[in-house]
Design a protein around this ligand. Sequence first.
Ligand code: PEP
Ligand code: MG
Length: 375
Amino acid sequence: GDTLIVDASNGLVILNPDAAQLMEYRQFQARMAAVETTLGEIAHLPAMTLDGTPITVQANIEFPHEIPIALQKGATGIGLYRTEFLYLASEQAPSEEQQFAAICEASRMLEGRPLTIRTLDLGADKLARWAEADALGVVPEANPFLGARSIRLCLQNLPLFKTQLRAILRASTQANLRIMFPMISSVMELRQARMVLADVMEDLEEEATPFKHDIPVGIMVEVPSAALQATTLARDADFFSIGTNDLIQYTVAVDRGNERIASLYTGAHPAVLKLIKETVRAAQRARTDVSLCGEMGGDPLFLPVLLGMGLRSVSIAPPAIPEAKRIIRSVTLAQCQRMARKVLSLDTDREVTNFVTDQMQRLVPDAFHRRSIEP
Ligand code: PEP
Ligand code: MG
């Protein structure tokens, strides 16, 4: 019989609010409903800056059933399919057929739109029960985020990795697919992963199973060593997707899931901004396609700075898409470039945050007015 207010924008649950709080939140709820209506109208307008530069806005998903919502929110494709969630939701490793079916289902719903499939990013915060139960030889580690996770886990468990690659390749004949390796931290790791992929292709050829031979193969740039070696990695990768969620935690040494140090976890850190800038520049020089699929890409404060650094493509959570489109449609590239130049000259994350907040409140006041209640 208690009354609860769940204020997700501030991460609060208010138990038995008083009358004044209740009224304040009812008004806030009404304002948010109005904001949602406006954003709903923006969802299907082109993502184009005021001066006419087109920006690709795709969606991040964990399950194919999210695709209709992503399209409804205005995504033009899926820039990150986190395939590990199929594993996390199962009691045991999903079979090749189950994975093939999931990819085919996703492709059907996308009707030819692009689908970037990230290979298994298991481990650390994403550990399946059956993996914990030793199916992969996973043992407790002192520093799991620095441990045998993600592509490392796959390279140490080739049957698991090959099963997934077979499923993706088999589905590639009837869909617009790209393969993306997560957590690449060295050139050798990428070459090893590509060798495994080549092995799987050879097996399929021998069986006369059709697949798309020239399927694009790219990497997540989410470890500082990869960002710093982007020029070299671009020789072996068809595309980059910058994963700021992990790039931030590895750059500033702050666990992304640790509440006690949450205030230190920020993409406004000048070192993070420099790594993003360098990665984009390296990709441009090598003519390698580059996108960004971390949460930062959907943050109204940082999206213009990212465009100013040269990014023309982001993949973000579906609910963030209409707001991102509103921001893109409200700025010129010249404004974004000026902001990017300025933030790259600042010394602290606080200066960066203050600067972008001030700029964006002026440029897109609608996006910042009355969006939240001060806690
Ligand atoms: C990232 O690290 O930025 C990313 C998009 O992947 P995930 O959040 O799944 O680690
Ligand atoms: Mg990541």
